[in-house]
Design a protein around this ligand. Structure first.
Ligand code: C5P
Length: 218
């Protein structure tokens, strides 16, 4: 039996994670946060002190890494048995993930790890290339975006709420840089997959976006 897949692609901070998790829960489907796979690799690479241009060594770390995902109410990720969840959300991890994600060799190693999430009764897959590369045959594809200013403001508020010092101008610049890198890389660039439903969440609430996506599945 064909396992149904709903892909949600888009840039950082568009609300993909929150929307995908909520939709997966409502449908009772599995959830793949593909960004956390790239982020976990970034944590492993930073820990090993590798040069970020040493693609062969990064691939060896990717092949060897053993990841466990617990996708309950809060995502918990273990790398080699150690809980690395708190390290996944930092700016350093995100920026490093974006740099190593540009290497086609690295993406090839991580491809099967992502496909393994496709299990019954269905999968909600969140990322940059879910509908365009990893799950090309997905029945329903969504491209979720928002303006760079709005995404930076959301990230800024998140950090301030957590008591973390943040600079809105710097966050906006980093988001624009990361968008640029993700869109312009040669392999699996961030793009609107063919047949995807385009949703701009700049002036929508999270609940409005969730409702729109769930209606697509109905
Ligand atoms: O989505 P998130 O911000 O956690 O992703 C971190 C980085 O991982 C992105 O900036 C992107 O470069 C990379 N990524 C990717 N393909 C995916 C998911 C994430 O290249 N499917």
């Amino acid at each position: 039996m064909q396992v149904p897949v709903l892909t949600i692609d888009g840039p950082s901070g568009a609300g993909k994670g929150t929307v995908s998790r909520a939709v997966a829960k409502l449908l009772g489907w599995h959830y793949l946060d593909s960004g956390s796979i790239y982020r976990s690799l970034a944590v492993a690479v930073l820990k090993s002190g590798l040069d970020l241009s040493d693609v062969a060594a990064i691939c060896r770390v990717a092949e060897a890494m053993s990841l466990e995902f617990d996708c309950g109410d809060e995502l918990v990720v273990k790398l080699g048995g150690a809980d690395i969840t708190s390290q996944l959300g930092t700016e350093t991890t995100g920026n490093t993930a974006s740099i190593i994600a540009a290497y086609p060799e690295v993406r090839a190693v991580l491809l099967q790890k992502q496909k393994d999430f496709q299990r019954l009764p269905g999968l909600v897959a969140d990322g940059r290339d879910m509908g365009s590369v990893v799950f090309q045959d997905a029945k329903i594809k969504v491209y979720l975006t928002a303006s760079a200013e709005e995404r930076a403001l959301r990230r800024y508020k998140q950090l301030i709420e957590k008591g973390i010092d943040a600079n809105l101008i710097q966050i906006t610049r980093e988001i624009e840089e990361r968008d640029c890198r993700d869109q312009q890389r040669a392999t699996a660039p961030l793009t609107v997959p063919e047949g995807a439903h385009y949703i701009d969440s700049s002036s929508l609430t999270i609940q409005q976006v969730i409702d729109q996506v769930v209606n697509l599945v109905d």
